[in-house]
Design a protein around this ligand. Structure first.
Ligand SMILES: Nc1ncnc2c1ncn2[C@@H]1O[C@H](COP(=O)(O)OP(=O)(O)OP(=O)(O)O)[C@@H](O)[C@H]1O
Ligand SMILES: [Mg+2]
Length: 379
């Protein structure tokens, strides 16, 4: 059976389950409609529209990939605490949190998830109307808004009691550890591909001072561990279709203890690359300084009130660090025989790894400029 056919059957099975799932969250309705919003390789996301006593309401129903997220309960407990903290913070400042922070429905037992069985883990939350996500940053103004919104997300969480947050993904952004994994994979050379990336390995080793620095600053206690999002891709923020305002940070599965520089760096790595993440023509890959500046103009001022000077100085370092880290992850997967990332052809991970390495090297070449830009907004 073709993958597309298998996927169709799988999706229709989910569709059939959705009314049952909705009832677990206390929702009753006379009529309902379902639309698939997103069925990537992580979660399956549906928009459901309910009609009850002539009132229409819309929700997001998401089925979590429990293969990728091994501790879905821990994740949902973190999400509950973090979203409630932000909601309380907004109310205390006289702001309306509706549509500004994800609002998950709770079941009669107080949980914000439904663990149907090993394969089916569900959650339901409010749909934010008139919103859209973008995969590519085209309008610098909108990217600036996204930067400000990701920065405010950290600001709202800057007084969150860290001891209450579970580390559901230990070492997710520990770059030296990611490098070590790659170097070990090359030594094992399980599928005979290590010889193809000798040049890349040499370049990575040459730049250890860059990608090892954030972790060193953290270990020396010079920059603090905070609640971070850890997946600040441009498409993880809802943008208002009419105003272009960034209204709500989404995709909170990776919210764990981390460094502010991770969120800054991962965002610019994704949104300010002049090429797609898997563009094989490396002459097209570079850091777009205009887009970098746009994101920095939103993010950095939002961090001023809670970040120390050392932390503000560390933000730019997040950019090459995150690009080097992702290069290492793609290359490791290539050397291991493509076990983690979905690939469309045999050299897909190799191309992605080379792409991210080229981006990291361009960031290093533009380092003085990155620091200059960040310092303007840090004042
Ligand atoms: N509350 C919401 N209101 C409106 N649309 C939403 C909401 N939450 C998610 N979406 C839409 O669903 C899409 C997928 O959501 P989300 O990023 O949480 O899923 P995901 O599977 O984890 O994505 P990926 O792993 O590809 O980043 C979003 O890009 C957005 O378009
Ligand atoms: Mg997402």
């Amino acid at each position: 059976m073709k993958i597309t056919e298998r996927k169709k059957i799988m999706m229709s099975n989910y569709y059939k389950r959705i009314p049952f799932v909705l009832r677990q969250f206390g929702l009753s309705f006379d009529a309902f409609g379902v639309e698939t919003l997103h069925s990537g390789h992580i979660n399956c996301t549906f928009k459901v529209s309910l009609r009850s006593k002539r009132v229409n309401r819309s929700f997001i129903v998401q089925r979590i990939n429990t293969y990728v997220f091994r501790d879905p309960v821990g994740i949902m407990q973190n999400i509950d605490k973090v979203t409630e903290h932000i909601r309380r913070g907004m109310l205390a400042r006289g702001e309306d949190p509706t549509g500004r922070v994800l609002q998950f429905l709770k079941r009669a037992d107080g949980t914000n998830y439904f663990f149907e069985d090993e394969e089916n883990f569900w959650r339901v939350y409010h749909y934010v109307p008139n919103s859209i996500t973008y995969d590519k940053a085209e309008d610098p103004e909108v990217l600036k808004n996204a930067g400000a919104s990701f920065g405010r997300f950290q600001e709202y969480l800057s007084d969150f009691p860290m001891e209450e947050l579970q580390d559901t993904m230990p070492d997710f952004h520990n770059t030296p550890k990611r490098m070590e994994n790659l170097f070990c994979a090359c030594e094992r050379d399980a599928v005979g591909r290590a010889g193809e990336i000798k040049g890349e390995i040499a370049l990575l080793k040459e730049h250890e001072k860059v990608w090892g620095r954030l972790e060193k600053l953290r270990a020396e206690g010079k920059i603090p561990v905070r609640v971070t999002h850890n997946d600040t891709k441009y498409n993880n923020i809802l943008i208002d279709r009419t105003t272009g305002e960034a209204v709500c940070v989404i995709d909170l599965d990776t919210v764990t203890p981390g460094l502010c520089a991770y969120d800054f760096g991962d965002a610019v790595r994704f949104s300010a690359n002049t090429a797609a993440e898997d563009e094989p023509d490396l002459s097209k890959v570079s850091l777009d300084l205009g887009l970098y500046e746009a994101f920095a103009a939103g993010f950095i001022p939002a961090c001023r009130s809670f970040c120390s000077d050392a932390e503000m100085e560390s933000l730019a370092l997040g950019a090459p660090t995150m690009a080097f880290e992702l290069a290492a992850r793609f290359l490791e997967d290539y050397v291991n025989g493509d076990k983690y990332f979905k690939v469309s052809h045999a050299t897909h991970n190799l191309e992605r790894g080379r792409n991210q390495l080229a981006l990291a090297l361009d960031m290093v070449a533009k380092w003085d400029e990155l620091q200059r830009i960040n310092r303007i907004f840090a004042k």
